[in-house]
Write a protein that binds this ligand. Structure first.
Ligand code: 6PG
Length: 256
């Protein structure tokens, strides 16, 4: 779906997030959201803290996870947790998600105690397996996975040619990418979590993403594990909704 501008996209995305969380909470008493980093989710968080969406979601039932993160403490501005802490969980204006329902990657502890990124990934995988319902393949089944797309076509911290693709590990430590900023080590879920997700919502804005978005959605399917592949194509599937603004969608063949 192509929206005229990022504000309209954020309105639509926030409505879908609220509906998905409310539906999961009504159905099973709990909603597991795996959110994303990048700049796009901030506008969405603002809308979730405001009416009418604020009252649509039973926040006490919501658990927040992150599909990936940078290997930095959560109060680091480049942490994917930072925007959630600043907006969604802000003390004065945030929503009442219980603190024990917020599940950041334990990067802060790993750094402070020199446990390392691999420990961080393994510990997070165990936490997700323990808390999130598992699908028949043993994968945590998040009710909703939010995604952004990087300029190289990556999703999560799964870059073209990533060892995460086809790995048996549920979560992995990824060395700092050199081809893309920020040059920080990452921790990421295996993109196989997309197979188990209740729904996937990808958000893409800005003209700088127009070409890569067209290659992901309209181009031939490439091997995502190849160095010239496009991991973003792993979200080119029926369970995913792609919400893009007009600038990002400018080169798409069909604009629904
Ligand atoms: C990264 C990026 C990336 C991000 C996308 C979308 O760590 O490489 O932050 O994962 O999700 O680039 O970013 P925008 O939301 O800013 O388009």
């Amino acid at each position: 779906m192509v929206f005229a501008d990022p504000d309209l996209l954020a309105d639509a995305a926030a409505g879908r997030v609220a509906d998905a969380l409310a539906a999961a909470a009504a159905e099973r008493g709990r909603a597991d959201l795996a959110t994303t980093g990048g700049s796009t989710p901030a506008a969405l968080y603002v809308r979730l803290t405001s009416e009418p969406l604020r009252s649509r979601v039973p926040w006490a039932a919501v658990h927040v996870w992150w599909g990936d993160d940078r290997y930095v403490p959560r109060d680091h501005p480049l942490s994917n947790v930072f925007a959630v802490d600043e907006i969604l969980l802000d003390e004065a204006h945030g929503v009442p998600i219980p603190v024990e329902h917020v599940h950041p990657w334990p990067a802060g502890r790993a750094i402070a105690e020199e446990l390392g990124p691999a420990w961080c990934a393994t510990t997070y995988a165990a936490e997700a397996r323990e808390q999130v319902p598992l699908d028949p393949a043993g994968l945590p089944s998040f009710d909703l996975v939010l995604l952004g797309i990087g300029p190289d076509g990556h999703l999560l911290s799964v870059f073209p040619g990533s060892p995460a693709i086809g790995s048996d590990e549920l979560a992995l430590a990824i060395p700092a990418p050199t081809h893309i900023e920020p040059h920080l080590p990452r921790v990421t879920f295996n993109p196989s979590i997309l197979d188990a997700a209740g729904a996937i919502l990808a958000m893409v804005t800005g003209g700088a993403k127009a070409e890569v978005l067209a290659r992901i959605l309209d181009g031939p399917r490439l091997d995502p594990a190849a160095s010239k592949g496009l991991p973003g194509q792993l979200a080119r599937r029926g369970s995913a909704s792609w919400l893009v603004d007009a600038a990002a969608g400018a080169r798409l063949r069909s604009k629904g």
